[in-house]
Design a protein around this ligand. Structure first.
Ligand code: GUN
Length: 285
């Protein structure tokens, strides 16, 4: 039976640490504020945003809830971001993705002040990641690195397989594991499906971030491997599940993250950590 990686408990500890950091910054006259921008009324996005705002409250971070209608034109969104960039009370800016199709996501990502980019999506922060320089890192892969460290799973010299190559998870995840000296393979929608099982079976650390419910089955998991499930999907019965078929993978893995209670809470906790880091950066600390 695998060790179940308790993301919920770890995230609670991270939030406590972030709250303590927020308090000690406040003593020095530095306040932390997160602006969350949501365009449109996608239900899943609205739910994520609500939990982020709740986390802020718990950590003593002031939050700015910026909701815009789905048909907001590009220039209005850009004007809002310029305003938030210039506001010293706002030390972190998060624009919830995905944006409605008529908006230019790249232009929006570029417009956010890199020092306030708590998502780590700006090319400057991505470039810092590529170059192994310190900086704001995307929350999901950074949260996963925290989980591995907390459970004593050292990526050095291990085979890591990442299924999925998104800019939010797959690509930055592969770079973070690479910088910790893992050997990396990235599988994606163009990977030969006949090869996929074999590639996954080579993984000592398997990160599933493909967005396909229960795609990774037990026989694809190397005995004793660490399995990290980034998925937030629904199964045929409409129940929340991950990209990993938990029941069959758990029987083979050495350690595995559950859905819910694994990666999700860590992503949110890492956002709080990034808000603190961004505030420090802006004050030269
Ligand atoms: N949509 C899904 N994940 C994320 C995330 O980490 N950040 C933002 N801004 N949007 C998302």
């Amino acid at each position: 039976m695998a060790t179940i990686i308790d993301g919920k408990a770890l995230a609670a500890r991270m939030r406590e640490r972030a709250a303590a950091d927020v308090a000690s910054l406040a003593e020095r006259g530095i306040s932390c504020g997160l602006a969350v921008v949501l365009v449109g009324d996608d239900q899943a996005s609205a739910t994520y945003v609500r939990s982020k705002l709740r986390d802020c409250e718990q950590c003593g971070i002031r939050s700015f809830d910026c909701k815009l209608p789905a048909d907001t034109p590009q220039d209005e969104l850009m004007a809002l971001i310029a305003e938030l960039n210039a506001d010293p009370e706002v030390t972190g800016i998060l624009v919830q993705m995905p944006l409605p199709a008529h908006l230019d996501t790249e232009a929006v990502v570029l417009a956010v002040d890199p020092e306030k980019d708590v998502d780590g999506f700006h090319p400057l922060n991505m470039g810092r990641l590529v170059r192994d320089l310190p900086g704001l890192r995307p929350c999901t892969p950074a949260g996963i690195m925290e989980m591995l460290d907390a459970y004593g799973i050292d990526p050095a010299g291990k085979n890591a397989v990442i299924v999925g190559r998104s800019s939010i998870v797959g690509k930055p995840m592969s770079l973070m594991l690479l910088s910790r000296n893992a050997t990396i393979s990235v599988a994606h929608s163009h990977t030969d499906p006949r090869e996929l099982a074999r590639i996954c079976q080579s993984a000592d650390i398997l990160v599933a971030a493909c967005g396909v419910p229960k795609m990774i089955k037990g026989p694809w998991v190397k005995p004793g491997a660490t399995v990290i499930d980034v998925g937030m999907d629904r199964d045929e019965e409409g129940r929340l599940c991950g990209d990993v078929d938990f029941a069959s993978a758990e029987a083979v893995a050495g350690a595995i993250t559950p859905v819910p209670g694994g990666v999700g809470p860590m992503t949110r906790a890492m956002l709080m950590t990034n808000v603190v880091m961004a505030a420090r950066l802006q004050h030269g600390l």
